[in-house]
Design a protein around this ligand. Sequence first.
Ligand SMILES: *[C@@H]1O[C@H](CO)[C@@H](O)[C@H](O)[C@H]1NC(C)=O
Length: 498
Amino acid sequence: MARNGLVLEGNVPLLRAFLFLLLLLLPQPSISGYRQDYHDALHKCILFFEGQRSGRLPPDQRLRWRRNSALHDGASAGVDLTGGYYDAGDNIKFGFPMAFTTTLLSWSIIDFGRNMGPELGNTVKAVKWATDYLLKATAKPGVIYVQVGDAYSDHNCWERPEDMDTLRTVYKIDRAHPGSDVAGETAAALAAASIVFRSRDPAYSRLLLNRAVRVFEFADRYRGAYSNSLHSAVCPFYCDVNGYQDELLWGAAWLHKASRRRAYREYIVRNEVVLRAGDTINEFGWDNKHAGINVLISKEVLMGRADYFESFKQNADGFICSLLPGISHPQVQYSPGGLIFKAGGSNMQHVTSLSFLLLAYSNYLRHANKIVPCGETSASPALLRQLAKRQVDYILGDNPLGMSYMVGYGARYPQRIHHRASSLPSVQTHPARIGCKAGSRYFLSPNPNPNLLVGAVVGGPNSSDAFPDSRPYFQESEPTTYINAPLVGLLAYFSAHS
Ligand SMILES: *[C@@H]1O[C@H](CO)[C@@H](O)[C@H](O)[C@H]1NC(C)=O
């Protein structure tokens, strides 16, 4: 788009970096000329989770075109595994990203719940929809059910969840087939959620925390990657490429925050070096937790009560510096229009999770009256907040295409998202079953999706700020729960401070 026209050739990199920084940080005369309505975006961002619900829908379900689905999940293993969330545009329940989504929704409430106003109740419900499921999946000691649905069977069909007749195979880890990655993340999710429910429902909170303790113990004692134990089921979908070490630290960090037990602090200090060895510390997503661990733990250092965690703060600072545009070797790439960009598909997951960390860290720094030293320059809390806001505004419409990447928000938004339920006619308008291959014509249709999955944020534009708005381009047009989860916290903050 027009932004490519910045003609400054490579012999003046410093000037270019400076101008780029300026471009990112000047109050953007938004391309759409429209001030973002963060309240509206927050409302929609949370509503999205209702569209991803599996199982029996409650009477207060607001997204009305969805119906009950997958009511026999778990039956083949003699257990009840109904409920939970479909991860994205298919009908599989993948436990690893579901747990990560739960952790980030909980973190959003813990840090920004007071900014949510009337949406707080809906966000708490979105957490509980996940934790009720995770409690079922971890009910048996020494076993965790980590996936329902055969991904190959599912991906071979374009079917509504309400019609599903694909294989609902149940996958588990146990002592002989460990999965410290998915178990560690599940422990993190249960522990984080226990904080959310501490004053709202103390009995439920205790149940979550006790379960988190047990699940973490299992994760730590029976070490291994679930990608080895369940390779053909979980790879290449949610294969843990990065290893399970980070989830053990992450689980311990959340258990420490939730329980304040010294044993977790000691675990973190004792295992820090081994569990971090050789890893990239500047990533944060369902696979790699390192930047999240560093930011989460740094809060305690910044509050002046945990010098033994000092190295985590140094790593968090390093991570923050790597996000600053204009530093001589930025490790994070930005599109010409100013969007954080990482290769590999579904880029928006990086945008929202990294922006969440920027904002969370900005708040921790501000309360401690600190800045981040970055070589010859430094980053203030205000700068971090502005960088995060710039990313959120890009998502909502301040971008070269002038379109919002959240369905149902703004004047222009994605019409052909890669999502089975949204793209097929609803059960209400088309009660008759639509079979596996009969759905293909809806997948291939050039028409907009008939059902608005309000609030869904898609994978987003490519590194040139271009967006095809086409179902087959799943890397750009598919929404996921872990894109939205951190965005809930970001939107809550900006709805209260703008
Ligand atoms: C982004 O998509 C546009 C339109 O499809 C295409 O022309 C461009 O080459 C793509 N850019 C990259 C870096 O893939």
